[in-house]
Design a protein around this ligand. Structure first.
Ligand code: ADP
Length: 302
């Protein structure tokens, strides 16, 4: 649906992006993760047709964005910063002004719908100036939903918010993801991307360091942590090495622990049963997802 093809962008002689390529499928929530200065905003601006790539292109629905901005932009909702709206007007009145400007059909109904989606239906009457930052951000999301875009782009949506604001904005994004919207979320927060996204690209110094598909992210689930008694450690190593469904990712002979990858067609409980039947005394066995942080650190070190 969205295809980023070998995008390179310079600011003067400084290269902000180098040969970036990845795709976003319809209904996918993709995270662009990278430290400050890694090129996230530049990439988003190119994707929104606000900046032009020096080399390469971005296509949305098969059309190149820069030359088709007018046709494509109504399909994209961008939440780039906390909106500055009319302070003395209520959230609902602010939405009404934008709905008129955008010529939204059946606007009263649509306004109630988007207020409900972001959980502001009860405070729609409150002046915008009395909103917390999290509420302002959610109103910004409501605003971008007025013309029913298929694609939503969030750039650091929880920056500057208090913990409650962060939670409610994240929940709102998850809800939109559950509704089948195609979402691109830029963030420097690993936890945020891990919570919300199904696939991830990692940028560093303008390079794409790693692309993690939704399948790869899901497969992290088939890792297990195993701890056995000291006397059982050696036989457990032998057991794991001789079992074709098990790959040993890591062991610690001092703590008698293992991180195991188990074939996805074999259940963890089956493996546990076999271990116990081999007379190895098990202290602990549980699912052990590789944290995104670990994948991120691996990617930026390479
Ligand atoms: P991020 O969003 O990940 O923080 P940016 O896309 O803002 O990264 O920046 C990528 C690189 O490009 C940084 O080194 C930044 O200093 C540089 N840069 C961004 N915008 C400009 C600009 N308008 N002029 C010159 N350099 C810029």
């Amino acid at each position: 649906m969205i295809s980023i093809n070998n995008v390179t962008r310079f600011y003067g002689s400084k290269r902000a992006l180098r040969d970036i390529s990845f795709t976003v499928e319809k209904g996918e929530t993709l995270g662009i993760l990278g430290p400050n200065g890694s090129g996230k905003t530049t990439l988003i601006n190119i994707l929104l047709g606000l900046l032009r790539a020096d080399e390469g292109s971005v296509t949305i629905y098969g059309k190149e964005i820069w030359s088709n901005r007018e046709a494509l932009l109504p399909k994209i909702g961008a939440i780039i910063e906390i909106p500055r709206l009319y302070p003395f007007l209520s959230g609902r009145e602010n939405l009404k002004i934008f709905a008129e400007y955008l010529a939204v059909e059946e606007s009263p109904k649509k306004i109630e719908e988007v207020l409900g989606l972001v959980g502001l239906e009860d405070v729609g009457k409150l002046p915008f100036k009395n909103y917390s930052l999290g509420m302002k951000q959610r109103l910004g999301i409501a605003l971008s939903l007025l013309n029913d875009p298929d694609i939503l782009v969030f750039d650091e949506p929880t920056n500057g918010l208090d913990p409650e604001g962060i939670l409610t904005v994240r929940e709102t994004i998850k809800k939109l993801s559950g509704m089948g919207k195609t979402i691109i979320l830029c963030s420097h927060l690993i936890y945020e991307v891990e919570q919300v996204c199904q696939s991830v690209v990692i940028l560093q110094n303008g390079d794409l360091k790693k692309s993690i598909s939704s399948k790869e992210l899901e497969n992290r689930d088939h890792l297990f942590h195993l701890e056995v008694s000291e006397s059982g450690y050696e036989s457990c190593v032998r057991f794991c090495e001789s079992n074709v469904s098990i790959e040993i990712i890591h062991t610690d002979s001092k703590l008698h622990t293992f991180r195991l990858k188990i074939d996805s067609n074999v259940s963890g409980s089956e493996i546990l049963k076999n271990i116990v039947e081999s007379k190895i005394s098990v202290e602990a066995f549980y699912k052990d997802q590789v944290p995104l942080e670990e994948l991120f650190m691996e990617a930026v070190k390479s």
